[in-house]
Design a protein around this ligand. Structure first.
Ligand code: NG1
Ligand code: MG
Length: 387
């Protein structure tokens, strides 16, 4: 069944006819921050805000895309696509077209209409959801059904067309998450395992109202953290973080770093290895239904992101404190940092109390707060492949 809105938009822009549809959710990372690009496991959930696409195959290699919000675009799908102006949503469509070409030779373009209730630039990975959605639409319109492994070969790389060389967390999450569960993603080798979320635990995702747009400056800061972590690793003589953690305890690695690395390498290295162990412990806490421990692990992650990786800001720190003071079990910044969102863990029974407390302690002092955009209940839902 085509989603009414996107199918209606497709018909309105490009004429009547049959259409296929799919939808891709946003995601929130519960824990495992700034470690996916070091190929260490992460634990995101997909949330029930989605990008909906209705599409149909064209007989030529043109791609026409309609969006009420971002405007309509059209280009010819050549083998060497040139990026449009920075920030133009056409780049995500081109990124998908380019990514697909790395693995498949496709004959047909598409007409596609995009409708979304996933707020953009809010730390919910709308960009990766869009890239993933257009990729799936192109493949399906050409009669191809790629599997998870194949998609993960092209999507993280595809994001580079837009200028971000991140990890594969966002794409894996929006593809493979299951309803009611977080997704434990391993990258080397690739695997994705659902970890059920106990019914008495709930998550809120709260926007700090400071933006985390991947402008040049934020991108440079992101890449600097990545480089410092890798360079610390090399200085200690390891080929990968996976290898380091397989051979040594976190305690050992911390003392090696303390005696042999300088800052920022020492701090970034320490964040990476401690965050990896927090992911393992968070999975155990979820399996045991131990919300108290999970909350402490989230809080410890925030401290590490604030003091070691140094990607927090005053607003995010205040938001995390407001959550704690409002009865949350724990909270931390989520995503790339330098603004954007915090993820807040609380007892399901306390959800309304925590929400009200965060509004009073944090949002009431600021302008521009829109509850249905900035303070969401993050209900774990299914990714794109499991509709
Ligand atoms: P955000 O900024 O939340 O989309 C980015 C990266 C992730 C990961 C996180 C930090 C992209 C597309 N996403 O996420 O892979 O590295 O930062 O944990 O680059
Ligand atoms: Mg993103």
């Amino acid at each position: 069944m085509p989603t009414p809105d996107s199918a209606a938009l497709l018909a309105a822009r490009f004429g009547p006819g049959s259409s296929a549809c799919l939808s891709v959710p946003g995601r929130v990372n519960l824990i495992g921050e700034h470690i996916d690009y070091h190929l260490l496991p992460v634990l995101p959930i997909a949330i029930d805000r989605r990008i909906h696409l209705a599409f149909r195959r064209r007989e030529d290699r043109h791609i026409r895309a309609a969006s009420d919000v971002f405007g309509d675009r059209e280009f010819e799908w050549t083998t060497r696509l040139q990026p449009s102006a920075a920030g133009d949503w056409e780049n995500y469509i081109k990124a998908a077209a380019q990514a697909v070409q790395h693995k498949w030779e496709l004959s047909y373009g598409i007409d596609v209409a995009v409708v979304s209730d996933l707020p953009p630039a809010a730390g919910l990975s709308s960009s990766s959801a869009l890239l993933t959605g257009i990729t799936l639409a192109l493949l399906r319109a050409n009669g191809l059904d790629a599997n998870f492994e194949e998609l993960m070969e092209i999507l993280p790389e595809g994001e580079y067309f837009v200028g971000t060389r991140g990890g594969g967390m966002d794409h894996a999450a929006v593809l493979a998450c299951r309803e009611g569960a977080a997704l434990l993603i391993h990258f080397a080798p690739l695997s994705a395992t659902p970890v059920p979320i106990p019914a008495d635990l709930s998550f809120l995702v709260a926007h700090s109202l400071t933006t985390a747009e991947k402008s040049g400056e934020v991108r440079a800061e992101y890449n600097a953290r990545r480089t410092a972590g890798s360079s610390g690793l090399r200085q200690l003589g390891f080929d990968s973080f996976g290898e380091a953690l397989a051979q040594h305890s976190v305690g050992n690695l911390k003392s090696m770093a303390a005696s042999r690395l300088r800052d920022p390498e020492q701090r970034c290295f320490r964040h990476v290895i401690t965050e990896a162990s927090r992911v393992t412990r968070a999975v155990e806490a979820l399996k045991e239904g131990d919300g108290q421990s999970l909350g402490c692990i989230l809080n410890a992650s925030h401290v590490s992101l604030r003091d070691d990786l140094r990607i927090s800001n005053n607003d995010l720190d205040e938001l995390v404190l407001a959550a704690g003071a409002s009865g949350a079990l724990g909270a931390r910044l989520t995503g790339a940092g330098f603004g954007g969102c915090a993820v807040i863990l609380c007892r399901t029974a306390d959800l309304e109390k925590v929400r009200a407390g965060v509004i009073e302690r944090y949002y009431s002092k600021r302008s521009g707060f829109v509850p249905e955009v900035h303070l969401l209940t993050a209900t774990p839902c299914a990714g794109a492949l499991y509709l």
